[in-house]
Design a protein around this ligand. Structure first.
Ligand code: AVJ
Length: 332
């Protein structure tokens, strides 16, 4: 297909397997045991997350998509970007709403996708390049915590981070993350961040305990992913899915709880773990924000809130942040 312009690069090199083994050795030898959430997103996990987005209980995705459809033109009008950057792009449907708004404004230039899953990334890059003729698409296989610098310098850039995925970071990690993001933006570049909002506990807990059991499968899949990457022998069926709202921290916490005594060997990480029934592995936090709690994380990051968009029910927000102009004392 002539004219379909995309290229894929990877932050992941030769040292990757050793890095993964070390990271998982560390997290599973801590007390409490935990696993980094990025390991959810192997091919099966990425597909399971796509299934989650269609669940009746999981209001986030459809609320964000509807909201984005109503505000895309306004965001493009404010930021006037020529380049769109998406962090954790996954299947990359929402970004199309912004690319279409950029095309209508005659500003469609380039697009950069950063995602941990090379197959989803390649699929998205190819289909965007096909569907938006003239758009140059760059895919970067990487992690939004470690690899932001690969994006290169900003300028005419709108970055987007959808789905409320920033909620997977501990709030104490967010200011440093935003500061690193600001370093990839030029003054007045934009950063649009999706945030799941604090709400009724039963609604929040239902979204992570769906009736069809897809979230439970997604949660257990992280053990399969560890098996595959490190030759571990986790039996995912020997763990139950646990998800609850921790109101003091304003986050949903997901865990896997051992159903029976068992041993797990992870040769590549030199681990031999014993589990008693009830022993848990923490697999995810998903923080819920208010405008106030999110704004409190912005000082010193080099980013300021330009506009707070939300749906009529106040379920989900898109925060439009702008990189401060450098004459206000913000370090560059
Ligand atoms: C993709 C990170 C936004 O935290 O709600 C869905 C992942 N976990 N169900 C979220 C997830 C359980 C999701 N994010």
């Amino acid at each position: 297909m002539p004219g379909a312009l995309y290229r894929i690069e990877s932050a992941r090199g030769e040292g990757e397997p050793a890095r993964v083994a070390e990271e998982i050795r560390e997290s599973l030898s801590s007390q409490p045991r935990w696993l980094p959430f990025k390991y959810f997103y192997d091919d099966r996990g990425s597909r399971l997350f796509e299934d989650i987005t269609a669940l009746p209980e999981y209001y986030q995705t459809r609320t964000e998509e509807r909201l984005l459809a109503t505000i895309a033109a306004d965001v493009v009008d404010r930021v006037r970007p020529a380049e769109l950057v998406e962090l954790g792009s996954g299947a990359g449907r929402k970004i199309r709403l912004l690319l279409a708004a950029m095309a209508r404004a005659g500003r469609l230039g380039s697009c950069v996708l950063l995602d941990i899953n090379p197959h989803f990334l390649t699929g998205s890059a190819r289909s965007l390049a096909t569907d938006f003729p003239g758009l140059s698409v760059r895919g970067v296989v990487g992690d939004f915590l470690d690899d932001l610098a690969l994006l290169g310098p900003g300028g005419g850039r709108l970055a987007v981070f959808f789905a409320g995925t920033i909620g997977n970071l501990h709030p104490a990690q967010v200011p440093a993350f935003l500061t690193r993001m600001a370093a990839q933006l030029a003054p007045r570049d934009g950063f649009l961040v999706g945030l799941d909002l604090v709400k009724d506990v039963s609604r929040l807990e239902a979204a992570y305990n769906d009736g069809a059991g897809v979230t439970a499968e997604f949660n257990r899949n992280i053990l399969r992913a560890v098996n595959e990457r490190l030759g571990a022998d986790f039996d995912p069926e020997a763990f139950e899915h646990v998800a609850f709202y921790d109101a003091a921290n304003a986050w949903i916490e997901m865990r896997l709880r051992a159903l029976r005594p068992q041993r797990v060997r992870i040769p590549a990480a030199c681990l031999d773990l014993a589990f008693e029934p009830g022993d848990e592995i923490r697999t995810e936090i998903s923080c819920k924000y208010t405008r106030t709690s999110f704004e409190a994380l912005l000082p010193q990051t080099g980013l300021e809130l330009e506009h707070w968009y939300t749906d009529p029910e106040n379920l989900f927000a898109l925060a439009l942040l702008r990189r401060r102009t450098s004459d206000d004392g913000t370090p560059r």
